[in-house]
Design a binder for this molecule. Structure first.
Ligand SMILES: C[C@@H](C(=O)O)C(=O)SCCNC(=O)CCNC(=O)[C@H](O)C(C)(C)COP(=O)(O)OP(=O)(O)OC[C@H]1O[C@@H](n2cnc3c(N)ncnc32)[C@H](O)[C@@H]1OP(=O)(O)O
Ligand SMILES: [Co+2]
Length: 133
């Protein structure tokens, strides 16, 4: 069902500064930025092998990323796992008793279909499942 780590989501206070670090210090390349209104985030993508680093800055004071940083500080906020069919994956996970944050897929960065699993039912990690064309 799960194909690979699609991306690692990292909550940052300042996207431009974080991109600078990943580019100038780590040598990655930011290939795009996008605002995802539905999630109240500004996102930067930096491919890394077969996966990506997703840097996330909150666009509002009350968004999930702002809240995460307030409580835990900057850092890894979620891990995204690629599936070939998100509807099938959600059905399967629900049947297995996993607590779904999103019963139905939403649209994320790059038009991907995404849905989150609650960290209280995944041993403490916020897991995003995602399907891309
Ligand atoms: C752009 C898009 C894309 O890729 O395309 C994205 O990724 S958007 C990425 C941003 N969007 C999202 O994260 C959307 C899904 N996330 C959410 O709905 C929320 O953040 C929740 C995960 C439900 C948490 O919200 P809630 O209001 O419940 O926060 P809370 O601080 O009261 O947290 C409740 C409990 O969950 C834990 N908790 C909260 N956020 C966590 C996280 N990121 N990882 C692990 N645990 C986490 C808290 O420590 C707390 O545990 P204790 O009770 O033990 O203290
Ligand atoms: Co994500």
């Amino acid at each position: 069902m799960i194909e690979k780590v699609d991306h690692i989501g990292i909550a940052v206070k300042n996207l431009d500064e974080a991109i600078k670090f990943y580019e100038e210090v780590l040598g990655l390349k930011c290939i795009g930025q996008e605002i995802v209104e539905d999630q109240k985030v500004r996102v930067g993508f930096l491919p890394l092998g077969d996966s990506e680093v997703e840097l996330l800055e909150s666009t509002t004071e009350d968004g999930t990323i702002a809240k995460f940083i307030e409580k835990k500080g900057e850092g890894i906020q979620h891990i995204a796992l690629r599936v070939d069919s998100i509807e099938e994956a959600l059905r399967d996970l629900k049947a297995k008793g996993v607590r779904l944050i999103d019963e139905k897929p939403r649209y994320g960065a790059g038009g991907a279909k995404i849905a989150f699993l609650h960290p209280k039912s995944t041993s403490g990690v916020l897991i995003e499942i995602c399907e891309r064309e």
